[in-house]
Design a protein around this ligand. Structure first.
Ligand code: MIC
Ligand code: SF4
Length: 641
């Protein structure tokens, strides 16, 4: 059989070789990563499963999201993660080291291996030919405890790259935006995107990583580049030449779909508010005044990207009415920029240098002013995510962002000719990294520190056979996990405290939801297409569950959110006919019967809208091997049975 990159990696990781053609692929995982906003839950879940050592070959616990430390809650979470990592066998990357995906690329990602991460942008490591997937924390905890990871088989799409990325002002970010323009935020759901073709030779490893990073915005299961000489030279620059192996798809490998992008024809693109797929050519926005520019995040904060920005800003001063914030991807990036004088150029231009962390990307500081216009090299521009509900966030490439910071407004690229290549590898660095802490040598002597904000994970009861529930919320299409459970500096400190964080459920859409749900003591959410898009945060399931939500009925789900619902025993339902969405209103009473028998047999579910006296036909999108997990009330009760 002619193999794609995906087939090639899967073949060597199957838990049971006989399963190669199955609908679900049980996989042996090589590496897992967690970050602090999702990681505390992962380690609490791992402890609840009851294993004393992490069973995957490599685990890394990063601290990069909640680094504001406005009070003791963030640092308490960090201490818990640091001590849990030391005790159970994970590397620990403390606050200040940088963003998990950038560091993972520099320090751990390996071609041909499988990485699972409790963060939706984990596929960034696909830039080095690694099959890297984001998933919910409970899936990570179970994998760490030694269970296989069950991947619902995706389809494979080949994106054939031709031409060279050599037009002025165009960068890898524009390839990612072009993908979003063509496929939208739903176009990747159920797919692995494999990039190949002569154009690959014009993309450095970090540029490839940028393209894979924004594959998460397409909803893709993962994105992959081959591992070739470019991959090798990046790994060499990281002192990790030994981690390289060649990985190419077979010629004539068969894909479910094929696309082509000519890099030489791309122009600078921008995603307009409030979705990463609202992509237009930059020139359409010429003249737009800009209040804030943010450069960095896990999408565009590599050494080369920031070096190009520094070169562009060198000797110039930013517009006094535009504030420029830069969050470098890692300590290594920041150190190199400092050592080579680029940091001086950035500071002298008027930029505000932030810590190497997620920062403004997740609303942890750096919010735009009321009604402000912010241009960011990040990956998400959902309404309110920046911390300012009335702000309008646009996504663009780092050079365009830097130029806007100088001019204070959007200037069409035709009027300026600068082109600065983003190709350079970081200067030679060595491994081990003194700032990444290895697991403890004497784990039994490590005392795990649990601050008062770390609360036990609530549990769900087994799924009843019949349900009578009222519709507590009816939403539209593309509801993101930021809409369900926001990030930001007010909410993020409660990531280890579900009772407290549940107060914020749907708070941006409907301030009375939490109260209503608590009073109703049970209920269902009804939504449209792509429900739960965006982050992997399982808090967007745990918080509604804590408030009594038992089922979610929508037109379609985002992949990670669907899996999180099942993992926590919340019944996921799909309209058989999407138009039936119109037959339900908020506050209607719905009834479901004989749920278990119907789901086990894979039959359609008949729901009664008791308020409107209509029958509606539904499906339960639960993979066969997850049915008993759902019935048990989720993965934790299931594993403990
Ligand atoms: C994000 O970019 O939305 C986050 C914050 O990194 C999330 C994880 C989280 O909510 O903790 C993600 O992408 O999964
Ligand atoms: Fe952090 Fe933003 Fe990347 Fe999420 S998308 S990991 S918040 S930098």
């Amino acid at each position: 059989m002619k193999m794609t990159l995906f087939d090639n990696i899967i073949k060597r990781h199957l838990w049971d070789k006989k399963q190669i053609s199955g609908e679900t692929l049980p996989l042996k995982v090589d590496q897992v990563l967690t970050q602090d906003a999702t990681g505390t839950m992962v380690y609490l879940q791992f402890e609840a499963i009851g294993k004393s050592r992490i069973q995957v070959p490599l685990a890394v616990a990063y601290v990069d999201h909640n680094t504001l430390q406005a009070d003791s809650r963030n640092p308490d979470d960090h201490l818990y993660l640091q001590t849990a990592a030391a005790r159970y066998g994970a590397f620990f990357s403390p606050a200040g080291n940088g963003i998990c995906h950038q560091i993972h690329l520099e320090r751990f990602a390996k071609p041909g291996q499988i990485l699972l991460g409790a963060d939706s942008h984990t596929p960034t490591a696909g830039g080095l030919g690694m099959l890297a997937m984001g998933c919910g924390g409970l899936d990570i905890a179970a994998t760490m405890a030694g269970f296989p990871y069950n991947l619902v088989r995706p389809k494979t799409r080949r994106i054939w790259l031709t031409g060279r990325l050599n037009r002025p002002w165009v960068s890898a970010m524009d390839v990612a935006l072009e993908m979003l323009r063509r496929l939208t935020v739903r176009g990747g759901v159920g797919w692995v995107n494999e990039y190949y073709g002569p154009g690959c030779l014009d993309l450095s490893a970090p540029e490839r990583a940028t393209i894979c990073n924004l594959g998460a915005e397409l909803g893709a299961t993962s994105s992959l580049f081959p591992s070739d000489g470019i991959t090798r030279s990046f790994l060499e620059s990281q002192g990790r030449a030994g981690d390289w192996r060649e990985l190419l798809p077979d010629s004539n490998a068969v894909y479910d779909e094929n696309m082509e992008i000519n890099l030489g024809q791309l122009e600078p693109l921008v995603a307009k508010p409030f979705s990463p797929d609202q992509v237009v050519p930059l020139k359409e926005l010429t003249g737009l005044k800009v209040d804030q520019v943010c450069i960095g995040s896990c999408s565009n904060s590599s050494y080369a990207a920031l070096k190009s920005v520094a070169a562009l800003l060198s000797g110039k001063t930013i517009n006094p009415h535009t504030s420029l914030l830069i969050n470098p991807g890692s300590r290594q990036v920041l150190q190199s920029l400092a050592a080579e004088g680029d940091l001086f150029n950035l500071i002298a231009s008027g930029a505000r240098i932030l810590e190497s962390a997620c920062g403004p990307c997740i609303g942890m500081g750096g919010a735009p002013p009321e009604g402000g216009i912010s241009f960011r090299t990040y990956n998400r521009n959902f309404k309110g995510r920046s911390g300012t509900l009335s702000a309008r966030v646009y996504l663009c490439n780092p050079l365009v962002a830097a130029w806007i910071a100088l001019k204070g407004e959007v200037v069409g690229p035709r009027r300026t000719k600068i082109s600065i290549p983003l190709k350079e590898n970081p200067p030679q660095t060595t491994w081990p990294d003194p700032w990444i802490q290895p697991p403890a040598k004497n784990p039994s002597q490590v005392k795990i520190i649990r601050g008062p904000n770390i609360k036990a994970i609530p549990s769900q009861k087994p799924l009843p056979d019949s349900l009578k529930v009222s519709v507590l919320m009816k939403t539209g299409d593309h509801i993101s996990t930021d809409d369900i459970l926001p990030g930001g500096s007010e909410v993020l400190p409660f990531r280890s405290n579900i009772p407290a964080i549940s107060r914020y459920t749907f708070s941006r859409l409907d301030g009375s939801f939490a109260q209503r749900a608590r009073e109703a003591k049970g209920g269902i959410i009804v939504g449209g297409e792509n429900y739960g898009q965006g982050s992997s945060r399982e808090h967007a399931v745990l918080a509604p569950m804590f408030l009594g939500i038992q089922a979610v009925l929508v037109k379609s789900f985002a992949r990670i959110h669907l899996s999180n619902l099942i993992n926590y025993g919340i019944l996921p339902l799909l309209f058989n006919n999407p138009n039936d969405f119109e037959l339900i209103d908020q506050n209607d009473l719905l009834e479901f019967d004989k749920l278990k028998m119907t789901i086990r047999r894979g039959q359609k579910i008949r729901a009664l809208n008791l308020t409107k006296k209509i029958e509606i036909i539904l499906n339960a999108p639960v993979p066969r091997e997850k049915i008993e997990v759902l019935f048990a009330g989720g993965l934790l009760p299931y594993l403990k049975k």
